[in-house]
Design a protein around this ligand. Structure first.
Ligand SMILES: [Zn+2]
Length: 523
């Protein structure tokens, strides 16, 4: 990044002006895309976007290199991934690699040369959701929480960055560990008032004409039961639907395909629960490169790790960290590609918002952490809920003592009387923790958890025993949680490659689109 010699005040006011313009929807995109019906009008809109984006970059005193824009763009989004999620993965790896030393083991993407800071609030909340934030990142406009690809009036269709690129001849790949009609992937191709319109979104996916979809399944593929199955609609639109490992291996360059994880149950499993021969997020990115690679225009990939967010909602640090590490391994595939095409490739890694109000350091451990204790957790909260549900159905009269083996096996935690069985003395439950867990177990054994304010705060709608187990183990490790929802913590942006410099600095999430658009349209 090259800053001019202008004063800091000029820089700030310029940035504020750009942000204000975006916030009040003064950009031409929102006004014009509502009436986009012909190619001609679309061209005109693109020209105006280019001018606007160029103007913003000028205002921010960031110089776009005189080279053409990147031919290959990878945009990775860790859903619910902010600074703490990233650093927790690094602390976890560092604790494992350096034992008693206090050292981080850095992820691949945190070593990128450019870092930015992105604000995430949407038009209606400082604690936004994935629908509005992904819409902002891909269209440059603010909208309501829950809205996908529509403006603040919930009517104006906002053309997305990948839609623009598709029209211009680029190949487009959309990858997610969750369902492909879930908010973050959907924001690349769909326009709908509610993120919950899953069937409608799936049909828009079929009509997107994007080249490669991969990861999880579709939610509500049968619609209301009378509608045509969405997978069939995808096939009608020319997509091969592949959901076996053999089929996956046969996918080749130029295929128009929707590759589904054979292990998906809606979403792909948590990395922590994955079988050793599973098709991983990294595999789907590697395959995406193979499918989309072309000498002509190039490609754009929008890749989401969606369950970092889900583990954040459930306050499960171990699942959170392992999905962040798997996300980093997926980024590594893009880095290998970048190393072959450094001049033509841009990689961006960011989050859409923070989830869970996660902290490193919490009340009962003060200045200490012990991330090594997390390794005693063998399965995600999600899998443990299944294990515990089976236990309950087999032992409807079970007492707390009956479940202690299951707890030790999956979380390493033991009561005081079994202290000699603990693999680490830190895993012995204090009286306070024991009582908390006992009460949670009692609540879990009831046919339904009582809807009280206290239960809402203690358990957040999750199985009381399971969420209390992750709370206790996480607290012992030195990890705190303040919410079962999203928070307003800004997110980091990491960038490497062609014109990566312009992603430096602090900016609103709408400016991610502005920056991307300025590159593409600068060609
Ligand atoms: Zn979420």
């Amino acid at each position: 990044m090259k800053l001019t010699k202008k004063s800091g005040i000029t820089l700030i006011s310029a940035s504020v002006l750009a942000g204000a313009l975006a916030f009040f929807g003064e950009s031409v995109v929102a006004k014009e895309t509502a009436i986009v019906t012909t190619e001609e009008v679309k061209k005109e809109v693109k020209k105006e976007i280019k001018e606007e984006a160029a103007q913003k970059n000028e205002l921010e005193n960031v110089e776009i290199k005189e080279t053409s824009g990147p031919k290959y763009i990878f945009a990775f989004v860790g859903d619910g991934m902010s600074y703490v999620q990233v650093n927790s993965a690094q602390v976890y790896n560092g604790t494992r690699d350096y034992k008693d030393e206090v050292s981080l083991t850095e992820l691949n993407f945190t070593q990128f040369p450019i870092t930015g800071n992105m604000y995430t609030q949407d038009a209606t909340s400082f604690s936004p959701d994935s629908a509005s934030t992904a819409t902002s990142m891909l269209t440059g406009e603010k909208t309501h929480s829950g809205v996908i690809g529509l403006g603040i009036d919930k009517t104006t269709i906002l053309e997305t960055f990948p839609e623009m690129l598709k029209e211009d001849g680029y190949k487009i790949g959309i990858v997610s560990t969750v369902t492909l009609n879930h908010a973050t992937p959907a924001a690349s191709y769909a326009h709908t008032e509610s993120r919950n319109n899953y069937y409608d979104i799936a049909i828009q996916m079929a009509y997107s004409n994007f080249d490669y979809f991969a990861g999880g399944e579709l939610s509500e593929a049968d619609g209301d039961g009378t509608q045509k199955n969405a997978y069939k609609v995808m096939e009608d639109k020319g997509y091969d639907i592949v959901n076996t490992k053999e089929g996956f291996n046969e996918i080749k360059n130029g295929d128009k395909v929707y590759a589904i994880s054979p292990d998906a149950d809606g979403a792909m499993p948590y990395s922590l629960d994955e079988k050793s021969d599973a098709i991983t997020l990294a595999d789907f990115v590697e395959k995406g490169i193979e499918v989309l690679d072309n000498e002509d225009k190039g490609f754009f990939m929008w890749i989401e790790s969606g369950k970092i967010d889900w583990a954040g909602h459930a306050n499960d640090a171990m699942a959170n960290i392992h999905d962040t590490i798997a996300f980093d391994e997926a980024v590594e595939e893009a880095i290998s590609f970048y190393n072959k095409h450094p001049e033509d490739t841009l990689i961006i890694v960011t989050g859409d918002h923070e989830t869970g109000g996660m902290t490193i350091g919490q009340a009962s451990t003060g200045y200490n952490t012990a991330f090594n204790l997390l390794d005693n957790q063998k399965v995600s909260y999600d899998k443990f809920e299944d294990i515990f549900a089976e236990f309950k159905s087999n032992n409807p009269q079970a007492t707390f003592d009956d479940v202690l083996d299951l707890i030790k096996e999956n979380f390493g935690l033991v009561p005081e009387e079994n202290a000699n069985c603990a693999s680490d003395e830190a895993l012995v439950l204090s009286d306070y923790e024991y009582n908390k867990l006992f009460n949670a177990f009692e609540e879990s054994m009831k046919p339904r958890v009582a809807e009280t304010e206290e239960n809402d705060i203690l358990y957040g709608g999750y199985d009381p025993l399971t969420v209390t187990l992750t709370h206790i183990l996480n607290a012992k490790a030195g990890i705190g949680w303040t919410s079962y929802s999203h928070t307003g913590v800004p997110v980091p942006v990491y960038a490497i490659g062609n014109n990566a410099e312009i992603f430096s600095g602090s900016y609103d999430n709408t400016e991610l689109f502005d920056k991307l658009a300025s590159l593409y349209l600068a060609e």
